[in-house]
Design a protein around this ligand. Structure first.
Ligand code: PMP
Ligand code: GLN
Length: 381
């Protein structure tokens, strides 16, 4: 057979965005903001896109000045020593490339990789493309917080890697310091590594902190920690992310990265370095900025027949629709897009077996006016 992924169709995010465009629906499906990056960042890109010498390949691991800025920011945000830009930080083409590079670097055929489900749609297929075996552990609704006994039971001597995602897509669940301690105890005396997808690190609400794996010395030693400037700077189209890992693990990521993309576009890296060097306040505004959007969207839907699940972090709102329809979630999402003019993502897309929990996902990274317009259409259902 030609296909290595015969059971995998087009990503739900592409499918729903295309349907939204065809129907002229408000797109609360694919996760991206409908507002622009900070003006200073746009202007920095314009500057660097018209600067001689910024049009050729960047160094393979990323521009040194960007890696240095990432090191300083990471130390400031998490109160930890600076990761070494030379040996511990790699700039990637979005967190997407970092995820793939890590998996390609460390997963051998037959290795097990533990995935907490629902999970971002890339994880399972990318593991399988390496010959790895995803081992799925369910996250119990409605809080979608890990049941560590289930994780313990799923670990085996063949577990090469555990995938973590906090704040979690699609549920918004946030891991606590105690969660990280429990995981550290489970992995102690094993060779199992950790991939921590922290792209929503600056979207944690109600005064709670984001607990980064980078703050946990024991886990950090075995971890690849990923983030994305797409999320943090409202610039998903720039495809700029990074991986922080100890030197020996970083060396493995770079072995793959050099042959996957080699390097990331040069002007965007300079632009990000400029704003990181001059505006440390940007990320500090994000929790309040997104908490406002979460609260607004929830208030707007309060009188509707959707049942809203808790949202401690991230920029997605999960909702049950059993009081509106008995359709399977994929059909309900299409129906909502076509008939109500609001595109959403069916949560079954985050399960390898298409498990349907009767949930849809709204993205609230939208202008207040967009959220209001969408809510007007949703409230009458
Ligand atoms: N991981 C998660 C959990 C995500 O939601 C996303 C973005 N949709 C990514 C990784 C990919 O990030 P990027 O856009 O930087 O490639
Ligand atoms: N991460 C985004 C989401 O969850 C989509 C990214 C993509 O379209 N690949 O909606």
């Amino acid at each position: 057979p030609v296909s290595k992924l015969p059971d995998i169709g087009t990503s739900i995010f592409s499918v729903m965005t295309q349907l939204a465009q065809e129907c002229g629906a408000i797109n609360l499906a694919q996760g991206f903001p409908d507002y622009d990056p900070p003006l200073a960042l746009q202007q920095a890109l314009a500057r660097h896109a018209t600067t001689a010498g910024h049009h050729q390949y960047a160094p393979m691991p990323g521009l040194p000045r960007l890696r240095e800025a990432i090191a300083r920011k990471t130390a400031r945000v998490y109160g930890i020593p600076e990761p070494d830009p030379a040996t511990e930080i790699t700039v990637t083409c979005g967190a997407t490339e970092a995820l793939y590079a890590v998996l390609a670097a460390v997963v051998h055929p037959g290795d097990e990789v533990l995935v907490l489900e629902p999970a971002y749609d890339l994880y399972g297929p990318a593991i399988r493309l390496q010959g790895g075996v995803p081992v799925y552990v369910p996250l119990p609704a409605p809080h979608f917080r890990p049941d560590w006994d289930l994780v313990r039971a799923a670990l085996s001597p063949r577990t090469r890697l555990v995938m973590l995602n906090s704040p979690h897509n699609p549920s918004g669940a946030v891991l606590t310091a105690a969660d990280l301690d429990t995981l550290a105890a489970l992995l102690r005396d094993t060779a199992t590594m950790l991939l921590s997808d922290e792209v929503y690190e600056h979207m944690v609400f109600d005064g709670e902190p984001h607990r980064s794996v980078l703050q946990h010395p024991e886990l950090r030693e075995r971890a690849f920690v990923l983030s994305s400037f797409g999320k943090t700077y409202h610039a998903t189209g720039w495809k700029l992310g990074y991986c922080i890992a100890p030197p020996a693990l970083t060396a493995e990521v770079r072995r793959v990265h050099q042959f996957l993309t080699f390097a990331v576009s040069t002007p965007t890296q300079h632009a990000l370095a400029d704003v990181l060097e001059t505006d440390a306040a940007h990320d500090q505004h994000l929790p309040a900025f997104y908490q406002h959007k979460r609260d607004l969207f929830r208030e707007l839907l309060a009188g509707s027949r959707f049942e809203l699940l808790p949202v401690p972090g991230g920029y997605f709102q999960l909702a049950r629709y059993h009081r509106i329809s008995t359709l399977p979630d994929v059909e309900f999402a299409r129906h909502l897009t076509r008939e109500a003019g609001v595109a959403v993502v069916p949560v079954s897309a985050f399960y390898h077996n298409g498990h349907d929990a009767g949930l849809i996902r709204f993205c609230f990274a939208k202008q207040d006016a967009t959220l209001q317009a969408a809510a007007e259409r949703l409230r009458v259902l």
